[in-house]
Design a protein around this ligand. Sequence first.
Ligand SMILES: Nc1ncnc2c1ncn2[C@@H]1O[C@H](COP(=O)(O)OP(=O)(O)OP(=O)(O)O)[C@@H](O)[C@H]1O
Length: 594
Amino acid sequence: MLELKNIYKQYETTPILNHISICFPDTGMIGIQGKSGCGKSTLLYIMGLLDEDYEGDILFNHEKIEDKEKFICEHMSFMMQNKDFISSLTIKENIILPCHISHLHYSSSLLQKVVKRLGIQDLLSRYPSQLSGGQMKRASLAKALLKQSDIILCDEPTGALYHHQAQDVMKYLKMISQDALVIIVSHDPQLLQTYCDSVLTLEDGQLKGHMKQSQKPKEISLKKHQHHTLWFYPIRQIVYQRNKLMFLFLFQWIVIVAFFLIVTAIFGAFEATSQSEQQAVLKNIINVENKDGMPFETMLSHEDIGYIDYGYQLEQCQLWQSQQEIEDTALYFLPVQHTHVRLLKGRFPQEAHEIVVSQSFDQKYHQQSIVLTYQQKSISLTVVGVLQKDFFSQNEIYLNHTLKQEMPELMNNRELIVESQFNKNESLYQALSKDYIVYSEIQERVSSYQSLLSLAQIVAMIFIGMSLLISLILIGIVESIIYFERKHDIAYLLSLGISSFRLFILSLFEAMQLGLMIAGGGCLLAMVIYEYINHVVNISQYVSFSLLLKPIFYSRYDLYVIIFMIYLVMSVLSVLHPVRKMMKMTKIDVLREE
Ligand SMILES: Nc1ncnc2c1ncn2[C@@H]1O[C@H](COP(=O)(O)OP(=O)(O)OP(=O)(O)O)[C@@H](O)[C@H]1O
């Protein structure tokens, strides 16, 4: 038995409900009428335990209702004025939703019986938008019947219906009222008079009129509980919003692919420079000059020196190919120790007139014989080997070290060419730099490329940071729009007795799902593009490096894990604001706004 005791409610200083006390019967149909603005909906919301800001008590079976959400779940159904459905769920899912929220047991035979009784068995797979007003009201009644509610509150149940539809709904409500208490707020006194057992009028904050008590008092049976999940709800929401989310997904996937390509390209380029440094022909060569520019009188001595000789002024030489001068090619002597050098094809020079050339030179000139001239002398050279391409690749020719004997005029005793012993280059470089001007072509190249790559890294980090920030804002905007549009659903779920915490968890789950879908799709796309660029296009043909997935913490797949984590955190962060805003609103604010 539902009982109101001394219910008082005011808005600002105006009393709307003025100390109402009333005892409703266990079963039967009670109508409440009154002028517009007299407080009918306010009273219904208070009875429905949705408005908590009032004075007085509400009792059920003579006991004060303490756990309101539990009570709504177990005993009450609220038929709202407008559509009380979730648009993304089918009619069947909508009918079973209150039982899922309340963890109430229902059998599929009861579901069949209820939908048959209300004549909606053929509408179960449709969506709410595909139903007529009358069908919707019947489906709404099915929810209360399946839940076996003891109290059904209806706010204008016939509001937007044609007369014959309204009569239909009232007949069903009458039928339900044989086993439950049905309280109806309506503007239509004629309908109320025709179908209700008692009609009360709300006037001057008081309920006036006579109320019949029920003929057969109802035994309140304990309901069976069953564990139900609501995970289908957020999944269906995402599917329902797919058109709106498509733009977000596309944008984010592009951001992820760009992020992925930039990071793997930088990893690849760094790797290529360090590998190229290891294989660089001149990696052990140090050019040494006296600080005063004077010629060397004695050779240097140091334990880390492998080989030493005077420098040669190779810049005075010209190179010719079929009587045409080759201009864009650097000329060096091949070091004595060259076990670290990798050949693409051919062999190292054995005779004085044999040379090796870089791959880019070979590709450009395809020549086996080259003529070197200096001071009216000319020497014919034969290409016997081609060097493997590396990151620093340019057009280069390496003369055999023994050719020096034929070019004494070019000897430059102001400069020494020092070859360090294997892996001793750095320490030797430091030792010599104390007393001499030292220069290492390869170190210069490595450091200039690496500082360029570091700069690229900074630019990439800024780009990635900005993209992620924009992504966060964009996801936040989309989430806010979705939540704003979903106010109706939230109001409805609250009226079904869902706890704020459960609603919060569902929102988080939905946001995480969104994040996972974005990250999953983006990573998959990035993975395909990565393989395509490296293996189908074979990027290393064009840019001397490949994209490289490198372990960051534990494995080479760390980057994917990082992207997943970033998007999980971002989507959870972006949903926090709208959800927090939603949580701060009281149920009645949401319902009234709706
Ligand atoms: N949040 C609010 N702040 C101030 N006044 C409010 C608020 N909500 C409702 N009211 C006022 O309380 C009164 C009762 O509102 P209520 O919606 O309960 O009336 P009603 O009888 O259901 O009206 P109607 O039949 O037109 O739907 C109205 O005068 C309304 O303006």
